[in-house]
Design a protein around this ligand. Structure first.
Ligand SMILES: Nc1ncnc2c1ncn2[C@@H]1O[C@H](COP(=O)(O)OP(=O)(O)O)[C@@H](O)[C@H]1O
Ligand SMILES: [Mg+2]
Length: 503
């Protein structure tokens, strides 16, 4: 045997396309050539593999070695192919049998000692290996993550020698069990910790039920951040496929996947100084940004007017389509980005407009300029505008009040089930024709809404949003029809469309 093949996987966004490692040995001056668009870290793989083989008491063949990573047009990055390369060299040189390689896929970087080092993005590779019907052999440190792909045979190994012993049948590796932590629902902060703010809690429940975007407007310290952080706790529990999608994104991100995040709805709160790349993703080997890390969860933008306007504008694409395309010179990557947007802002530059203390000295012009920093088109895309006045001190010091998150969540789940049964999507995702179909008003209410549009200067987009929110309010009430009370409540959440006085 002078030719051997081992299966591995590259990383491309949240996908893990198959890569075949072919090794050919020929006579001639000893030399090792690596072909197939390898990047620097992959080219260095030659040296790592040589060290690992020699230090594991194997021979590094003194021949002309050609290593081909196929398909050639797929960019390859990192040390993830080391293990497959080493095994293919061993098989091609007859140091291990070649046949067992076919039933497995291999991922892992080799240390010069032959030890296996963890790599990034193993969950997408695990899901793809499961699809391909092969087992996955990878570094022990990655094994638990890979085992989240239930049904896949996962073998974690610490050393190249352990993998070889497994393949030759001298000492089998233990199959990695489905992680015991994966069945647990992680604890989240509870809404009872937020005192007062009943109006805001109601709006949060509506937002949760219909997957609506929401903006809190209120002075510093009124609980906007507290409320927002408690949205994941009242959203429907994550389905397994949602959890896998979210985990796959985390897996290929800079910070990587952590078991503590499994089945926890993402809550991402990027700082307002975050760059466009940090928000939507990017880099020469594209990595997901905050909008994708918030997939199936919440993207919280605190101090909304402080964000760079251009950075906010790029949010429009994922808000409409639920995904984001990142194009770089060499490559392009699509990342899912179906997040729920929650934003918060002060009512004016000093933050105390309308406070009973009367300490706000901002002029009408300053207030207007401050609010205008958030563009109309973005405000238009926010379904619920909610004011959070400062909570009185007695109330803050009182006992926890209001309903626990678990109780609210039960209502949210029921309302969401109605929406899915009706249209297959949460109300926030209804298209305009679907709004016309599912959010019909009674004759008198149509006039009521027409008047409100006139008075509040609502855009066509805002008009559809009012109807969707009214639909969600009716769903929470278990009503088949949208009633007057549902509609007026929904209109009441368009605070910021109102033109400031004197314009
Ligand atoms: N409604 C509230 N109930 C309980 N604590 C509150 C409330 N509002 C504010 N606090 C307290 O004030 C702190 C700041 O609240 P935060 O949510 O950060 O306000 P904001 O985001 O509106 O500036 C919280 O950590 C909490 O201790
Ligand atoms: Mg805050």
């Amino acid at each position: 045997m002078t030719l051997a093949v081992a299966h591995s996987r590259a990383g491309e966004g949240v996908h893990a396309p198959a890569v075949t490692v072919e090794v050919h040995l020929a006579n001639g001056l000893p030399a090792t050539t690596l072909v197939g668009l390898p990047e620097t870290a992959v080219r260095e793989s030659r040296e790592r593999v040589r060290g690992a083989l020699v230090n594991s008491a194997f021979a590094f063949p003194a021949r002309r070695i050609t290593i081909n990573l196929a398909p050639a047009d797929l960019p390859k990055e990192g040390g993830r192919f080391d293990l497959a390369i080493a095994l293919a060299i061993l098989a091609a040189s007859g140091q291990i049998p070649a046949a067992p390689l076919g039933a497995c896929e291999f991922l892992g970087e080799l240390a010069l000692t032959g030890e296996l080092r963890a790599v990034r993005g193993v969950l997408p590779a695990a899901l793809a290996a499961r699809e391909a019907g092969r087992a996955l052999v990878l570094p022990q440190a990655n094994a638990a993550e890979a085992a989240l792909a239930s049904g896949l045979e996962v073998f974690g190994a610490r050393h190249l020698l352990d993998v070889c012993a497994h393949l030759t049948g001298t000492r089998a590796l233990q199959a990695q069990p489905y992680p015991e932590w994966a069945g647990r629902e992680p604890p989240v902060p509870d809404l009872t910790e937020v005192r007062g703010q009943y109006h805001a809690k109601r709006a949060l429940e509506i937002a949760a039920a219909g997957a609506h975007s929401l903006l809190f407007l209120g002075p510093p310290g009124s609980g906007k951040s507290m409320l927002s952080a408690r949205l994941p706790g009242i959203l429907p529990p994550m389905e397994e496929d949602e959890a896998l999608e979210a985990a796959a994104i985390a897996s290929v991100s800079r910070q990587g996947f952590t078991p503590a995040a499994w089945r926890r709805r993402p809550f991402r709160a990027p700082h307002h100084t975050a760059s466009g790349v940090a928000l939507v993703g990017g880099g020469s080997n594209p990595r997901p940004g905050e909008v994708s890390l918030a997939h199936h969860g919440v993207l919280f933008l605190d101090e909304l007017p402080e964000f760079d306007r251009r950075a906010l504008e790029v949010l429009r694409e994922p808000l409409e389509s639920g995904s984001i395309t990142i194009s770089r010179a060499a490559r392009q990557a699509d990342f899912p980005a179906r997040f729920q947007l929650i934003a918060a802002m002060n009512p004016c530059p000093c933050g105390y407009l309308g406070d009973p203390s009367g300490r706000c000295r901002c002029t009408a012009e300053q207030v207007e300029r401050y609010r205008a920093r958030v563009s109309g088109p973005l405000l238009d895309r926010i379904d619920l505008h909610v004011e959070t006045p400062r909570v009185r001190r007695e109330q803050l010091l009182g006992k926890p009040d209001g309903e626990p998150s678990a109780v609210i969540r039960r209502r949210v789940v029921r309302a969401r089930e109605r929406q899915i049964a009706r249209a297959g999507v949460p109300n926030a995702a209804l298209s305009n024709p679907e709004v016309d179909r599912w959010c019909a008003l009674q004759p008198g209410d149509r006039e009521l809404l027409a008047n409100a549009i006139e008075h509040l200067g609502l855009s066509a987009r805002a008009y559809h949003r009012v109807l969707k929110v009214a639909r969600t309010i009716a769903d929470l009430a278990g009503d088949a029809d949208i009633r007057t009370g549902h509609l007026t409540e929904a209109i009441g959440y368009r605070r910021l469309d109102r033109r400031p006085a004197g314009r």
